[in-house]
Design a protein around this ligand. Structure first.
Ligand SMILES: *Cc1c(COP(=O)(O)O)cnc(C)c1O
Length: 368
């Protein structure tokens, strides 16, 4: 059994993906070829955003979004400590300061009231992460952003395809940033990402920043980077887009089925809580267990792959030691980091495999 099965997906989509890749090999426009604009149009239409700017990774999407907003050294960005390193890392890379606030214990996403409490005169943006594939509380967070005149950047690396009150992730705030890393809900075959916005001026800036701040060839009004998506990766994504809606539906069905099975059979295991106004794409299907190390080991013995997203909150990472935030600073995030465990999850997970996973979980949590 695989944690995320990319091979089955490729076997099913092989004709479409191969044909798309071959077209690029035939025309040879590997940088900013015609697939880039085609992909951006389709992704913008899918999420319901005016603009899509494809970029080289989810990490670059966050960096380019903040550069376009003019985030600079000393600025404060309010975000969650319970996320992948890239979220806080790109803030720090610009010399800005990640101001962490604690998370909701049920959704693992930012608590709007705590965000509001962390606003200062130096706050320039709020960066909620839509963790595990479920959107953060955007109405409340956008209202705080509007009240204080600061932008809201969604780290939607795990939530492409999810909805919040019927609207799609990536189109919920000033800028939405997603990742097409292979194992994300919409993945390419290498690194990739995208920024989404309704703001024409920000879109123009992000387009320039991803190509060395260039507005026309060899003219550079702003400082940028090399942050383009490869044409070949755009081709892979185009080859996958026609069936993406089916994959999202499969993820929702499998996520709900996991939760039903776990609710029936695993007394001490806490299944994901999805807000009634949200749909999750379950980038990770993540549960909480007591005595996690023993459970992880027992799962391994049963041949079921698991992962921990994430074992160390950002404020406890050595890279952020300079912030001086010790153990106990964000108790909810720290407790989650000690207890979470992700189960195999992908659209091609069979019902039989899902039973095997839950059987293993029943045995592992009984033993632990
Ligand atoms: C994966 C991920 C990123 C980074 O995306 P890459 O494409 O790997 O650079 C950023 N934030 C979160 C929450 C992620 O899960």
């Amino acid at each position: 059994m695989q944690f995320i099965d990319l091979k089955t997906q490729y076997q099913q989509l092989k004709p479409a993906i191969d044909e798309r890749i071959q077209r690029v090999l035939d025309h040879g426009q590997y940088i900013m070829g015609p697939e880039i604009a085609e992909l951006e149009e389709r992704l913008a239409a899918y999420v319901g955003s005016r603009h899509c700017i494809s970029v080289a990774s989810g990490t670059d999407a966050l960096l380019i979004a903040m550069m376009a907003l003019g985030i600079k050294a000393g600025d404060e960005i309010i975000t969650t400590p319970f996320t992948f390193i890239a979220t806080g890392e790109m803030i720090a890379l610009l010399g800005a300061i990640p101001v962490f606030v604690d998370i909701d214990p049920r959704t693992y996403n930012l608590v709007p009231e705590l965000v509001e409490g962390a606003i200062t005169s130096r706050t320039r943006a709020i960066m909620p992460v839509s963790l595990y594939g479920q959107c953060a509380e955007f109405d409340a967070i956008n209202a705080i952003g509007a009240r204080h005149g600061v932008a809201v950047i969604e780290d939607a690396a795990q939530s492409f395809g999810a909805t919040y009150k019927g609207r799609r992730s990536c189109a919920l705030s000033t800028i939405g940033c997603s990742s097409f890393f292979p194992s994300k809900p919409l993945g390419c075959y290498g690194d990739g990402g995208a920024c989404f916005t309704d703001d024409d001026e920000l879109a123009k800036l992000m387009r320039e920043i991803r190509v060395h701040g260039q507005d026309r060839r060899y003219h550079h009004p702003v400082i940028g980077t090399n942050g383009r998506l490869d044409t070949l990766q755009a081709a892979v994504l185009l080859g996958k887009l026609d069936t993406f809606a089916d994959e999202v539906a499969a993820r929702e069905r499998l996520g709900a089925r996991y939760s039903a099975l776990i609710g029936e059979r695993c007394a001490g295991v806490i299944a994901p809580y999805i807000e009634p106004h949200n749909t999750s794409v379950y980038a990770q299907y993540t549960v909480q267990v007591d005595d996690r190390d023993a459970v992880l080991e027992a799962m391994r013995e049963h041949g079921v792959p698991t992962a921990v997203h994430y074992p160390v909150p950002l404020h406890r990472q050595p890279a952020f030691a300079g912030l001086g935030l010790g153990a106990g600073a964000f108790p909810v995030a720290e407790a989650a980091a000690d207890r979470v465990m992700s189960l195999p999850m992908h659209p091609f997970l069979t019902d039989a495999d899902q039973i095997l996973v839950v059987d293993a979980l029943v045995a592992a949590t009984r033993k632990a």
